[in-house]
Design a protein around this ligand. Structure first.
Ligand SMILES: Cc1cc2nc3c(=O)[nH]c(=O)nc-3n(C[C@H](O)[C@H](O)[C@H](O)COP(=O)(O)O)c2cc1C
Length: 300
């Protein structure tokens, strides 16, 4: 009763590991698969290795997490071997791609598609070096261009992962759909910070970072709800999913699956199994025979 189809991917249940958490090695991705996830998204990777931001890069705050990891990754060539091995987990492996130029996204996606990954997720929360001051995910034209170029290059399903650090997220989602995206992931972290009052300085090494966890849920949920009314392609909701109840809210808002990141840190790696079971209990209690029956109920 929990299996879902999303952009051609078959998931045994609607829980998906979000990018950046336990997603850097085959061993950790396989562990997540063994712990019940319906699919896994790997850590974002780019063309070249990147060291990332100085420590501290991850701090816990009230009802959430702040991170400024800075896209630390070994570069796509080294990463493909890990992803190839992660495919043995028996669940779809979605590779996450970032870039600073349109062509960079396409080049990385091409290498990853040769590794046999199940789908590509485009992390659009990156600055464009050619159009200084603009983020791919905050500029409808750029977002459209990246999706179109990647779709031209690979024949895999492509998810556009959006940022809510924008005026109108629906406009960006529509541009991605028109560019050929097969699905939307909403949302990435929100720009935020914390101050250490003893040190009289920002807590994060990078000063500013991204907010995730339970405090993000109302914002992310609103984004999913708004996008679901305007686009046809399926949506993965992401932001603060910790319990089956959270997942049900996202599904009712129009998402077909939910990604889980920060809750892996707060509820443990078995969070996927737990959330799936809690969704199932909800469905049984309310007399629904399948999870698809509750998708979009709150939109009506
Ligand atoms: C430590 C950390 C690292 C992350 N790295 C990435 C990343 O590499 N690429 C990406 O698209 N999102 C990244 N994210 C964002 C998550 O995938 C997710 O969009 C966000 O955390 C909201 O979901 P959550 O509240 O369930 O954590 C990261 C989040 C955290 C906490």
């Amino acid at each position: 009763m929990l299996d879902v189809e999303i952009a051609g991917l078959e998931l045994r249940n609607p829980t998906v590991l979000a990018s950046g958490i336990l997603g850097t090695t085959a061993a950790s991705l396989l562990r997540v698969a063994r712990n019940g996830a319906g699919a896994v998204v790997a850590k974002s990777c780019g063309l070249m290795p990147r060291e990332g931001h100085p420590n501290p890069t991850v701090v816990e705050i009230e009802q959430g997490i702040l991170n400024a990891v800075g896209l630390a990754n070994p570069g796509v060539e080294e990463f493909t071997e890990e992803l190839r091995q992660a495919l043995r987990g028996g669940v779809p492996v979605i590779a996450s791609v970032y870039g600073f130029r349109v062509e960079e996204y396409a080049a990385v996606a091409k290498i990853l598609s040769r590794a046999g990954v199940s789908a590509i997720e485009l992390n659009l929360s990156c600055p464009n070096v050619e159009k200084v001051g603009s983020l791919f995910g905050a500029d409808a034209e750029l977002a459209h261009e990246v999706v179109r170029e990647v779709k031209r290059t690979v024949s895999l399903p492509v998810f556009a992962k959006l940022t809510a650090n924008v005026g109108d997220i629906v406009e960006i989602a529509k541009a991605c759909e028109e560019g050929g995206a097969d699905g939307i992931t909403a949302i990435n972290t929100l720009k935020a910070m914390a101050i250490d009052i003893k040190a009289k300085a920002p807590v994060l090494g990078n000063k500013v970072g991204g907010l995730s966890g339970q405090c993000l849920k109302p914002v992310a949920l609103r984004c999913v709800y708004e996008i679901a009314q305007e686009v046809e392609i399926p949506i993965m909701g992401c932001g603060g999913v910790t319990s089956g109840r959270d997942a049900v809210e996202y599904l009712m808002a129009g998402a077909r699956a939910v990604q889980i990141g920060s809750a892996v840190l707060t509820r443990g790696i078995s969070v996927f199994k737990k959330v799936a079971l809690e969704i199932q209990e909800f469905l049984e209690e309310r007399g629904y025979s399948h999870v698809r029956d509750i998708v979009g109920l709150a939109l009506k």
